[in-house]
Design a protein around this ligand. Sequence first.
Ligand SMILES: Nc1ncnc2c1ncn2[C@@H]1O[C@H](COP(=O)(O)OP(=O)(O)OP(=O)(O)O)[C@@H](O)[C@H]1O
Length: 370
Amino acid sequence: MEVAKIAEALATVTDPQTGQDIITANMVLHLKVEPPNVSFTLQLPKLEADYKQQLNFACQEAILSVYPGAQVHVHMQNPAATPQAGKGGGPQQSNPLPHVKNIIAVASGKGGVGKSTVAVNLALGLQQLGAAVGLLDADVYGPSAPTMLGLQGQKPQVEKVYGKPKIKPLYAYGLPVMSTGFIIEPEQAVVLRGPRLAGIIKQFVEETIWPPLDYLIVDLPPGTGDVQLTLVQVVSVTGAVMVTTPQEVALADAVKAMNMFFLESVNVPVLGVVENMAYFTPAELPDNKYYIFGKGGGKTLAKKSNSMLLGQIPLVQSIREGGDSGTPAVLDKENEAVREAWLNVARNVARQTALRNEMMGPTARVEMKN
Ligand SMILES: Nc1ncnc2c1ncn2[C@@H]1O[C@H](COP(=O)(O)OP(=O)(O)OP(=O)(O)O)[C@@H](O)[C@H]1O
């Protein structure tokens, strides 16, 4: 019996959660071959009976196809259910996205401040810095990612993995994207009641075949509501990025939205604030800054949340045009100043996330109440 042959056989087994084979996903540990016995530990993101059974069966079948006389012993283990998972993870909480290192929620107090623009440019900015990034547009009432990324009218495919339907994300500029806009019309979303909406968001998070990611950026609807509450129940949100415009009115709403993350039961750290439309710069006078909406909103919000101002983004025509045409401004090499403003935000988010992870354990998911 050869270890390499057994590993090769196990590489044909796909994890239904990620769509990746279990060898590439580093799920197989302590592989031991003492003929006729083959034993190993399989690290699983969850310990649900049918999921365990499917994988156990697939592993047995794969090994028996090369060594029909083998006695296969699979020990299943969930790393998130061990104490090493960190103080926040808690011993009982399983992690539905173990291959996603950081989940960053992008939030705002009210609509129209540029939250989706920030989510899209932040995702692509982090990708430009070399990270593996995905985007989940959970703004059910006004999904913008399809238009901003040139994916409008496209539908993600559903693929059966071990008999269970899974959604394949669409790709734009190498970025895996899922948007509620691919599946439901905003008019339909408005009439959805809490539990149904929660079910949809849960499905989007758990049943999408996300590849291994450093960051999953989640574009939330404005304000506080069922989508926000569902997200913090379904996954461990690493941190929130608040988006505001400089004026006072936007600020009051932003504080309300931010306070939801600070609730003792939710407890998601705020990584910082992006001040969008901070100043106006005419295309013909790129060095001039006009503070038409006032000044300082971003800084004030950052102070209130004990976090930092992650960046100030100017109000410029090219950002809107980029959003409308499906070519986000962070990719526009013709407009270096704007591109650099977005990359600066991405750098600061990466830095604040790393700092947060150094100082704190994973955020505990909010327990669902029946
Ligand atoms: N800095 C900017 N300069 C110019 N236009 C911008 C800027 N930021 C956003 N916009 C434009 O403003 C409009 C609203 O932006 P966006 O959809 O990102 O806001 P939002 O906060 O996500 O709104 P909602 O939650 O209601 O969808 C879009 O047309 C977008 O292109």
